[in-house]
Design a protein around this ligand. Sequence first.
Ligand code: PMP
Ligand code: GLN
Length: 384
Amino acid sequence: LVARMQPFGTTIFAEMSALAVRTGAVNLGQGFPDTDGPPGMLDAAAKALQTGANQYPPGPGIPALRSAIADHQSTFWGLEYDPDGEVLVTAGATEAITAAILALCEPGDEVICFEPYYDSYAAAIALAGAVRRPVTLRPGSDGRYEFDAAALRAAFGPRTRLVLLNSPHNPTGKVFTRDELALIARLCVSHDVYAVTDEVYEHLIFDGGSHVPLATLPGMRDRTLQISSAGKTFSCTGWKVGWACGPVELVSAVLRVKQFLTFVNAAPLQPAVAYALSLPRSYYEEFRADLQAKRDRLIGGLTEAGFSVLVPEGTYFVTADITGLGGTDGVEFCRELPARCGVVAVPSQVFYDNVAAGRHLVRFAFCKKPEVLDEAVSRLRRLA
Ligand code: PMP
Ligand code: GLN
């Protein structure tokens, strides 16, 4: 194995899901829902399979899906992209992120990201021979995760190539505010760097909050590659249908790399995702309300079980502090949790370079049926 990949073992999600299967624990580790997405979307995929959509589709994605993605961007965020050239279908957001970094970074270039960060970022940056420059998110006095503006400014330098921004943010559940985004945008413009935005949780926002794509801020549309995927919005994480939108120069650079990673993506799933993207707003509202109720159910239970939690503004995840339960190290805590009480969670520290900032934190996924959440909570109460 090449040296640059040696620091990367098995992903925490694979490790923890395997542990859940082996021990029969309730799996609140890896973020995937335990109910399927809209029935019409599933029917559309079955129909596509049966009616011959089974050979290589066009490299950038089928036209119907690219149009549906462009329409969705326009309807929800007021962003206009040409489906021919400014929209690219990828194997999940993961492929889009990796292909973008490989396409845009020379060895030694620096990528600014907020830690804790999604695990594929560090590996993708390493594959490109680039260097990550983390800026740490920490819980502030108002119960929201914040970053230090001076630390963000200081992260920019002559080798900065891009900012990789995830909002709503996994694992903290933070939704970046317009003011925070404005600062990031001003720095991108003044340092003339690109932004790659991971917006896979764009529709998973609670308490009436709203998502603001970085690309909508002044000066950003033409320097931002906006990435999302169907997995979270339509509860089909196993389909791995994602996309990237941006100016044609950025999208064609990503396509140049993507064509040698996967060439194209699963044909019969593409018309089905096009169908899902055209669902009425009521779908998104119901989905969000359902998830918010699950969030509140799990937060209530975790609090009763002795964890102290920060309320996430978005995503599938809640972060809990294990200190009140006598825990100090989240990795140790999560490895022992199945044996102690039959639940799996993910230690947040694996998402940090600055491990000390996340040592005492663990992440629970709440995208599960109410009875599954209740069972997990009743097991977690045994810890007290
Ligand atoms: N980014 C973030 C922040 C995620 O949590 C995930 C996990 N779903 C992904 C990217 C990967 O998305 P996909 O499954 O579409 O590749
Ligand atoms: N995004 C999901 C999570 O954060 C899982 C993705 C994966 O397993 N790679 O839990």
